[in-house]
Design a protein around this ligand. Structure first.
Ligand code: PEP
Ligand code: MN
Length: 266
């Protein structure tokens, strides 16, 4: 169902009035994790001033260690909902188990399925059964064929509002947190009709190369870019090394706008 052979036209997923996959790149910014109302509000205010429409923030965090911050859970979703109303932002947030799904639907606009859950088939079936866009991340060691099949699980249940997100894969290279598989973008665009995003934060794990990675993503045809922004990354409860602060965010966004104008990416 996700194949171009089945449907030739691009699928457009509309979130908070923003058509994703229509040609003009979309952006999803926001903190790794929701930590407090003021933390998210600071990022939201900066986004609103830029005319941005889609915010991210994890309420249920899939952490490597059980002793690390696990997220605020439902409380985090409530904060996101409040922010969404006050700043007119669509909310993208990860759900990690079908058990949380029903409740979450009332608070979020896009269900994120994280890399660690790309082959959680019961979760895929559950998000496939609801009427809400899904941002599906590529698994940490998933081939593109496995990635496309995960999307197929969702669509086979009836939900065709799917955004694919390349977020880097595990290789032997240690210079970056993961290896951004940039060729995944044109391959997924050719083989499926779904919008394709690139998460420059989790793929690189490096603040210093977010901008070139985002330029590469847009140049190669990505429909959108995701990146993490935190008012004070040094005290962030997760992903301290890779989130941009608000000043870096301003510079990043301005540079990306210039790049898009110069290269006529509209
Ligand atoms: C995230 O986007 O919050 C996240 C945990 O990313 P990933 O699932 O790609 O590791
Ligand atoms: Mn993160």
């Amino acid at each position: 169902l996700v194949s171009r052979k089945k449907k030739a036209e691009d699928t457009i997923v509309t979130v908070n009035g923003e058509p994703i996959g229509q040609g003009k790149p979309s952006f999803v910014f926001g903190p790794c994790a929701v930590e407090s109302y003021t933390q998210v509000a600071e990022v939201a205010a900066s986004m609103q001033s830029k005319g941005l429409k889609l915010i991210r923030g994890g309420a249920y965090k899939p952490r490597t260690s059980p002793y690390d911050f696990q997220g605020l859970g439902l409380e985090g979703l409530k904060i996101l909902k409040q922010i969404s109303k006050e700043y007119n932002l669509g909310v993208v947030s990860e759900i990690v188990t079908p058990g949380h799904l029903e409740e979450a639907l009332e608070y979020i606009d896009v269900i994120q399925v994280g890399a660690r859950n790309m082959q959680n088939f019961e979760l895929l079936k559950a998000v496939g059964s609801v009427n809400k866009p899904v941002l599906l991340k590529r698994g940490i060691s998933a081939t593109l064929d496995e990635f496309v099949h995960a999307a197929e699980y969702i669509m086979s249940q009836g939900n065709d509002q799917i955004i694919l997100c390349e977020r880097g894969i595990r290789t032997y290279e240690k210079a970056t947190r993961n290896t951004l598989d940039i060729s995944a973008v044109p391959i997924l665009k050719q083989e499926t009709h779904l919008p394709v995003f690139v998460d420059v934060t989790h793929s690189t794990g490096r603040r210093d190369i977010l901008l070139p990675a985002a330029k590469a993503a847009l140049a190669i045809g990505a429909d959108g870019v995701m990146a993490e922004v935190h008012p004070d990354p040094a005290v962030a409860l997760s992903d301290q090394a890779q989130q941009m602060n608000l000043k870096q965010f301003d510079e990043f966004y301005e540079s990306i706008q210039k790049f898009m104008n110069t290269h006529h990416i509209h």
